[in-house]
Design a protein around this ligand. Structure first.
Ligand SMILES: *[C@@H]1O[C@H](CO)[C@@H](O)[C@H](O)[C@H]1NC(C)=O
Ligand SMILES: *[C@@H]1O[C@H](CO)[C@@H](O)[C@H](O)[C@H]1NC(C)=O
Ligand SMILES: *[C@@H]1O[C@H](CO)[C@@H](O)[C@H](O)[C@H]1NC(C)=O
Ligand SMILES: *[C@@H]1O[C@H](CO)[C@@H](O)[C@H](O)[C@H]1NC(C)=O
Ligand SMILES: *[C@@H]1O[C@H](CO)[C@@H](O)[C@H](O)[C@H]1NC(C)=O
Ligand SMILES: *[C@@H]1O[C@H](CO)[C@@H](O)[C@H](O)[C@H]1NC(C)=O
Ligand SMILES: *[C@@H]1O[C@H](CO)[C@@H](O)[C@H](O)[C@H]1NC(C)=O
Ligand SMILES: *[C@@H]1O[C@H](CO)[C@@H](O)[C@H](O)[C@H]1NC(C)=O
Ligand SMILES: *[C@@H]1O[C@H](CO)[C@@H](O)[C@H](O)[C@H]1NC(C)=O
Length: 376
């Protein structure tokens, strides 16, 4: 081989190796969420206005990704800039209203609009929604119409009821049969939600044109709901259950930790992180990347204080580079102390107790109950 050709080969090889290394260590953004104005975090940690449950971070890390926190309350240019650097977005579960300004839902709207644009523009940008995150995905892609129904899905460990054509889904087209056999037989998925989407509603409102239902389950009253889905056009995925909890959350006795449940949770982490590996984007340089990563923050041991999350990353407005306006988690100027019923997230009650604590709050309006989600 002539020297210049060898050099050319090396160059090609070199750039392939570079590309491979960039592709195989994706960075996924995890959206933060506003804390309750009268909740456990506000009581124990001064000035912390948003959080990320550490289980979502560990979940992505367990599959080979690194994590960048995505702040709430920022302007469009922040989200636009970040969305050109990360390789995927995870919208975690939690408890907030979709109409709360400058919080999780508003940030989610920016992220989803940008993810749609990026994909339309030919840049692969996957999005994963867990529980409330899945609800937000559907809600925002349906242009802000709420298709959720109330259901009782708190504290259930269930097998996956895969649709007949599940093999056609991207989520499962490359799945290992032995893993699937365990998923459909054992109680591998953990549910904690008071809202659901149903196939009937998706069909009636034509959401079935954009979403493929991959699995269903039934709530405590026997109402069948969608438990896993994927967007037909975009690399967007939603699960109503919590794949991260069997691996990383231990407070609720109802969370399954069997080998099958852990394997199943890991399956979804691996799937999504592999999707993120297909995204070509990166930070401008190593310094910028290092400053953005979650390693800049230390999680707190919050279950010992009564939280159902073992560990949480907690952020101040300053850390989110917001103007320090004091507490921001309240109702947009309304200083009602229990806008968020704290019993909800941090209590270890069962579903019924959670419902009751909602009922005793000042926001008894059925609409409030409908918009509020305790979908951890
Ligand atoms: C909380 O913010 C106030 C006002 O900026 C400040 O005086 C106080 O030291 C902060 N507390 C902590 C624990 O950082
Ligand atoms: C967005 O916020 C950043 C600082 O947080 C500021 O520098 C920038 O001017 C703002 N952009 C717009 C369009 O408001
Ligand atoms: C997608 O492309 C359009 C047209 O070039 C551009 O205006 C828009 O900013 C792009 N969106 C993103 C998120 O890059
Ligand atoms: C939402 O709005 C966009 C843009 O107007 C439109 O293309 C899309 O079909 C709408 N989606 C639904 C579910 O109504
Ligand atoms: C699964 O589907 C994706 C997207 O359609 C495709 O790229 C991939 O090759 C499929 N994998 C298998 C094993 O069929
Ligand atoms: C799954 O959970 C249900 C309800 O708790 C129980 O009846 C069933 O035996 C469990 N199945 C397995 C395979 O553990
Ligand atoms: C959506 O559901 C409706 C009603 O069942 C059905 O007629 C239609 O074919 C479905 N659309 C798709 C894309 O599956
Ligand atoms: C890294 O990128 C950022 C953002 O583009 C830039 O401000 C900074 O100067 C760069 N740093 C180095 C060391 O190149
Ligand atoms: C958000 O929804 C709740 C419950 O319906 C309602 O009480 C509140 O006024 C709404 N907030 C805004 C800013 O629209």
């Amino acid at each position: 081989m002539q020297p210049h050709r060898l050099f050319g080969c090396l160059l090609v090889l070199g750039s392939l190796l570079l590309a491979a290394s960039a592709d195989s260590s994706p960075i996924v953004g995890v959206l933060a969420q506003e804390v309750y104005s009268d909740g456990l975090i506000s009581h124990h940690f001064e000035n912390k206005t948003s959080y990320i449950a550490a289980s979502y971070v560990k979940y992505l890390e367990s599959a080979g990704a690194r994590v960048v926190p995505i702040w709430i309350g920022r302007n469009r240019s922040y989200y636009e800039d970040l969305m050109h650097k990360i390789n995927g977005v995870l919208l975690p579960g939690g408890a907030t209203w979709f109409n709360q300004t400058d919080g999780y839902a508003d940030a989610g709207e920016h992220l989803l609009q940008l993810a749609v644009q990026l994909n339309d523009n030919g840049t692969f940008m996957p999005v994963w929604g867990t529980c409330l995150g899945m609800e937000l995905l559907v809600y925002k892609l349906a242009n802000g119409t709420d298709h959720r129904i109330n259901c009782r899905g708190t504290g259930m460990a269930l097998p996956m009821e895969l649709k007949e054509d599940y093999k056609q889904s991207r989520l499962f087209n490359a799945s290992n049969e032995a893993v699937v056999a365990l998923m459909v037989k054992e109680n591998v998925t953990y549910h904690w939600h008071q809202f659901c989407y149903t196939e009937a509603d998706f069909a009636r409102d034509q959401l079935n044109k954009s979403w493929r239902v991959v699995s269903v389950n039934s709530d405590l009253d026997g109402i069948e709901f969608i438990s896993a889905m994927e967007h037909i056009k975009y690399p967007f995925y939603g699960v109503q259950f919590h794949p991260e909890k069997p691996l990383f959350e231990f407070v609720k006795p109802s969370i399954p930790h069997s080998p099958a449940a852990v394997l199943s949770g890991q399956y979804f982490a691996d799937f999504f992180v592999n999707e993120a590996r297909r995204s070509p984007q990166s930070f401008a340089n190593a310094t910028e990347e290092a400053r953005a990563l979650i390693y800049n923050y230390k999680p707190e041991y919050t279950s010992i204080l009564g939280s159902t999350y073992i560990q949480q990353y907690l952020f101040t407005d300053k850390e989110m580079q917001l103007e320090e306006t004091g507490f921001e988690g309240g109702d947009d100027g309304d200083d009602e102390p229990s806008y968020y019923p704290p019993g909800h997230v941090y209590g270890d009650g069962n579903g019924a107790a959670a419902m009751l604590s909602l009922g005793t709050g000042p926001l008894l309006a059925p609409l409030a109950i409908r918009l509020f989600s305790i979908d951890f």
